[in-house]
Design a protein around this ligand. Structure first.
Ligand SMILES: [Fe+2]
Ligand SMILES: [Fe+2]
Length: 298
């Protein structure tokens, strides 16, 4: 049995599992699941939860412990409980798809989990002193440049995530450092610089493919064309083109934005500064595209 991805109402990715809502109504939901190899998936009893839970394996296989050893569910096999009274844990040993039917709506819980990391990014921009929409602007402008460079759909999706989440690793930097009004000590600065690697680690931990792929870009967004950046001191084309894009638009927005402790500088000054650092701090081609798109950068 084949499910056409076009039939999915909404898709989210949570820790190695693709979860797509296929149909819903009268409190019943049909949800498609696709598990990566090695992923565990559980059915647990929940207080006050009396739903019928049923799933039908479409491909791959799921193993689960039972009283006498392990049982295996193969394509065409189903499993149901009404209600769930015990814990059941299933493991996929290969990519496994199943259709899951529940008589109480649960999809919105999954949806929330996947949006969590985006919310985290927004909470960081506030803690970092930006007044509004820093992440959204970086995303919008990065995407304009990506489109101008002829990125394909997958590259655009990854750039979309990397640009919005470029500073998400700051969640692991103590607030006393993040919000220190004065100059950071050398030791504090070393911790601050780690937000790049923290970001990559956080994105990798989600196991969502388009977030994992954004990880190395996030890690490189403070690398500089002449090798003076961090965390690795990469040079020129050692830096990914996506990270080079974010570096330019992030600097531009940092100069022009009003921050909690200082007023933003005029657009013209920011453009002058970016142009002055063309080929030293910033990738020359990206600076050229950035400047050519000025009338679209709102
Ligand atoms: Fe950053
Ligand atoms: Fe930023």
């Amino acid at each position: 049995m084949d499910i056409n991805p076009k039939d999915f109402i909404e898709t989210v990715y949570v820790r190695g599992v693709q979860i797509s809502l296929v149909a819903s109504g009268d409190g019943t939901e049909i949800i498609y699941h696709k598990l990566n190899p090695g992923v565990r998936w559980a059915l647990e009893p929940t207080e006050g939860w009396t739903a019928l839970e049923y799933f039908l394996v479409l491909s791959g296989e799921l193993r689960y412990p039972s009283d006498n050893g392990y049982k295996v569910l193969k394509p065409g096999d189903s499993f149901y409980r009404s209600p769930v009274t015990d814990h059941h844990i299933f493991q996929s040993y290969q990519t496994t798809e199943f259709l899951y039917i529940t008589s109480q709506p649960i999809f919105h819980h999954y949806s929330k989990a996947s949006h969590g990391i985006m919310d985290l990014a927004v909470s960081i921009e506030e803690k970092d002193g930006y007044t509004v929409d820093h992440c959204s602007r970086i995303k919008r402008w990065s995407m304009l440049i990506g489109e101008e460079l002829g990125f394909n759909a997958k590259q655009l999706l990854v750039l979309n995530n990397a640009s919005f989440l470029h500073d998400v690793g700051k969640v692991k930097v103590p607030l006393s450092i993040l919000q220190k009004p004065g100059k950071l000590t050398p030791k504090e600065w070393e911790i601050m610089k780690k937000h790049t690697t923290f970001g990559r680690e956080l994105l990798e931990s989600t196991q969502v493919p388009s977030l994992v792929d954004a990880g190395p870009i996030v890690e490189q967004h403070h690398e500089r064309y002449d090798g003076t950046g961090y965390p690795f001191g990469l040079k020129k084309n050692e830096i990914s083109i996506e990270a080079s894009i974010i570096a330019v638009v992030d600097s531009y927005d940092a100069i022009t934005s009003d921050r909690v402790y200082q007023k933003g500088r005029p657009k013209e000054e920011a453009i002058e500064e970016i142009f002055r650092c063309r080929g030293t701090m910033y990738h020359p081609d990206i600076v050229d595209i950035f400047l050519s798109l000025q009338n679209k950068m709102i």
